[in-house]
Write a protein of this length. Structure first.
Length: 165
């Protein structure tokens, strides 16, 4: 009888230990998943904050950029005038911020081209300027139709900038 009680006691100790181990594994798993969720949430939050900061910085740069006209046509005319005068640094400033450096480099290469090519480029742009274009449905973008495509964007300060030519 005493031997049977010892077996029962050992059995219940074994069951208790087994359940304890399972509970520890489950609690450990839940804790690990909670840690992963918290880590991922913090990563997403950090990324969102970085995107918000970048957006605010881009908005501030756009608001401070005053090179351009109040209409797409005015900006294109200002751009053509700068190119005609050979002021390529000024001409590059009529492009959206991300494209200004690239366009200035392009102008520096074009400065080595024969004058006839530059004159032909200016003539083509003047022809494009005479044509009508079209606004996007939200009036934030404008495209001139012609021999070459000119796409433009309205900055938040009301200035129109060239995206690409």
């Amino acid at each position: 009888m005493e031997n049977q009680e010892i077996r029962k006691s050992s059995y219940w100790k074994f069951i208790g230990a087994f359940i304890g181990i399972i509970l520890m594994v489950v609690i450990g798993f839940i804790a690990w998943k909670a840690y992963e969720i918290s880590r991922d949430r913090n990563a997403v939050k950090s990324a969102a904050e970085a995107m918000e900061r970048a957006g605010k910085e881009a908005y501030a740069r756009a608001m401070a950029d005053t090179y351009g006209g109040k209409t797409p046509q005015e900006t294109l005319a200002m751009y053509i005038d700068a190119v005609e005068k050979g002021d390529y640094e000024l001409a590059s400033k009529y492009f959206i911020g991300d494209n200004q450096v690239k366009e200035l480099e392009s102008f520096n290469q074009a400065a080595k081209a024969p004058k006839e090519k530059i004159d032909m480029y200016i003539s083509t742009l003047n022809d494009v300027l005479k044509r009508s274009g079209k606004y996007s449905s939200d009036n934030q973008y404008f495209s001139f139709d012609g021999d070459i495509l000119v796409r433009m964007k309205a900055y938040p300060n009301g200035i129109w900038k060239i995206i690409e030519i």
